[in-house]
Design a protein around this ligand. Sequence first.
Ligand SMILES: [Ca+2]
Ligand SMILES: [Ca+2]
Ligand SMILES: [Ca+2]
Ligand SMILES: [Ca+2]
Length: 305
Amino acid sequence: MRWRYFIGPGASVICTFTVPHTGDAGDSWTNNVTVVATDDDSASVGGVSNDVTVSLTDVGPVDLTIVKSVDKLTLPEPGGNFNYEVNITNPSTVDTVTLTSVIDTYGTPDCGGVTSLAPGASVICTFTVPHTGNAFDEWTNNVTVVATDDDENSVGGVSNDVTVNLTDVQSSPLTAVKSTSTPALVAPGGTFQYSVVVTNPASNVDSISIAADGINDSFAGTLTSCSPALPVTLAPGASITCTFSATHTGVGGEVFKNTVTATGTDDDDKETSATSNEVTVTILAATAMLAPTQTTCQDYAGGDC
Ligand SMILES: [Ca+2]
Ligand SMILES: [Ca+2]
Ligand SMILES: [Ca+2]
Ligand SMILES: [Ca+2]
């Protein structure tokens, strides 16, 4: 400032002024006052004041708030896409923050290209993660943000954990369909041929495993001649076919009823079983077949002829 002012011998004057200095922590400004003056003999008596240095102290730093959420906490097995978002807020009232990285345990957050947050500003980053597996599988994840404020202080952090899981979809039981290619044999009977088809219903989401001794017939016992071979894991819709025989002997008119039982365990460790339809085979009376020779041997011996 320039003006003319007269100061008497021994007198003084105080000049005041205000200067706005704004910036970041550590910024400083040094200034002085230059006085141009002459005494009443026209001699130059002005000069330069002492330096005064002022600076700004740091406010903060304040860590970002990082809040993670998900659109659903569970899905039925075998799972699918979970949609996450993380809300990152800069609570500072003075510092702008630069985001260096936003990383999730499983996904890649998309922050829409935002890399800087003004005081009070926030950004929502979204990402989708496919989680697939079996019932009760779960995944816990969080988001880590690396960030610095404009005073080079680290203000990043880690979000809350979010845990999602899969719920059980109960398996429909195995099915077992039994048949025979020899529904009847003439007395005294003999070897009857059977087959059974055991199926994991296509509507299931679970695979079902059948142990080596998992398919049993009420006459033939444990079935071992199977395709594919036992033990087996059947995907939904897959089947196993076992062939076997059983010896039934008796008199004409005698019938034999039998069933096959299959037991397995689904991929959530739940047991499932099936009992087939009942198959009936018959022993035919030998009379008609033996008619031409019936009047031999025993008939003679019995005195009937
Ligand atoms: Ca600052
Ligand atoms: Ca600061
Ligand atoms: Ca499962
Ligand atoms: Ca299940």
